[in-house]
Design a protein around this ligand. Structure first.
Ligand SMILES: Nc1ncnc2c1ncn2[C@@H]1O[C@H](COP(=O)(O)OP(=O)(O)OP(=O)(O)O)[C@@H](O)[C@H]1O
Ligand SMILES: [Mg+2]
Length: 317
């Protein structure tokens, strides 16, 4: 597939530069002054719980929703002044696919290109290229409503590539997909990255953020709470080690009592009790070694712990 033209950057060398953007719905502040820069070829993630303001932020960056204040430049284009021009350089994959279910796979691609200003001939040519690239050739004549969720997502990503964008904004590209389809989406994103495309994505999946993102920010209540590479964020906020105990219902009371009386921090998620020690070091659980129904293993800190430490919420809600 054609590589995108050399990425045009902003004056400061970034591809996306948002400064103090805000969005209000009536009195409610959905985005409360977000500032971020995405560098050429970078994959940048927005991690946040439901309602954090991810979609609102991305829609403003893509020129799909007006800002109340602040400034946005994408590839040298002032998005606030010229929200049409930004669509020529930016691909968008929205949270809900927005595919036309009444059309075939090919028609969805073709029409998108055509409506974006490509000639019939160019749109047709590009649609065939994109079908090939995303392994959708065999499905090209199928009705879109017949596709599985994973295939629809693939088509939505494929469609965002119709204009050979230098930068793509993807709102939860793999939400609702089974692990296999999710892996496939990750492979596609890795290919885009190799081709030099700059990607801004939002996600609820820690693994997705860890695998794909060069940098990410954690947002809640319309604000960035911290930003960095996954490794930096883990270093800053996660414990070095977390003990995970699988506890049978019969043993649970004993385990809780032990942890409470020893003032050890813990949280329960399903059948797992996660325990962190003082200063993030390995906790001392020797007193539970002989308790029947407790199986303890240790893992290193991860983005899920970062998220919990920063927002006080579980990543999966
Ligand atoms: N059109 C609207 N009118 C009023 N409030 C809105 C509108 N769109 C979003 N909101 C509110 O703004 C806040 C941020 O919403 P947004 O969709 O950006 O969150 P999100 O981080 O994308 O969440 P999710 O993970 O659930 O997709 C939410 O409280 C939401 O209810
Ligand atoms: Mg959203």
């Amino acid at each position: 597939m054609n590589k995108p033209a050399v990425t045009v950057t902003n004056q400061d060398g970034s591809v996306i530069n948002a400064d103090s953007i805000r969005k209000l719905y009536g009195d409610f502040i959905a985005v409360a002054g977000i500032t971020l820069r995405v560098e050429p070829g970078e994959t940048y993630g927005l991690l946040g719980p439901n309602g954090a303001g991810k979609t609102t932020t991305m829609r403003m960056l893509a020129g799909l929703s007006p800002v109340d204040s602040g400034s946005i430049t994408v590839s040298g284009i002032d998005v606030i002044k010229d929200n049409r021009a930004v669509r020529e350089v930016m691909g968008v994959v929205t949270q809900h696919d927005g595919l036309d279910n009444g059309l075939t796979v090919f028609q969805n691609l073709f029409l998108f290109g055509f409506l974006a200003g490509q000639s019939r001939k160019d749109a047709k040519y590009r649609a065939h290229q994109v079908l090939e690239f995303f392994g959708l050739r065999e499905r090209s004549k199928d009705n879109t409503y017949e596709l599985s969720g994973g295939m629809k997502r693939r088509l939505a990503i494929a469609r965002s590539m119709m204009s050979s964008p230098q930068v793509i904004v993807m709102d939860e590209p793999s939400t609702g997909l089974d692990p296999q389809s999710r892996n496939r989406v990750w492979e596609e994103l890795a290919i885009l990255k190799d081709a030099g495309v700059t990607v801004l994505l939002s996600t609820h999946y820690m693994e997705e953020a860890t695998v794909l993102c060069d940098r990410l920010s954690i947002i809640d209540h319309g604000k960035i709470l911290d930003e960095g590479s996954p490794e930096q964020m883990i270093e800053r906020h996660a414990p070095r080690e977390v003990a995970q105990m699988r506890v049978t219902p019969a043993a649970l009371r004993k385990v809780r009592e032990y942890l409470d009386t020893h003032s050890i921090n813990f949280r329960e998620v399903g059948a797992l009790v996660s325990v962190t020690g003082v200063n993030g070091e390995r906790p001392d659980l020797s007193g539970l070694e002989d308790v029947e129904g407790v199986c303890t293993s240790y893992r290193v800190g991860n983005l899920e712990d970062v998220f919990l430490a920063i927002t006080g919420k579980e990543l999966r809600d």
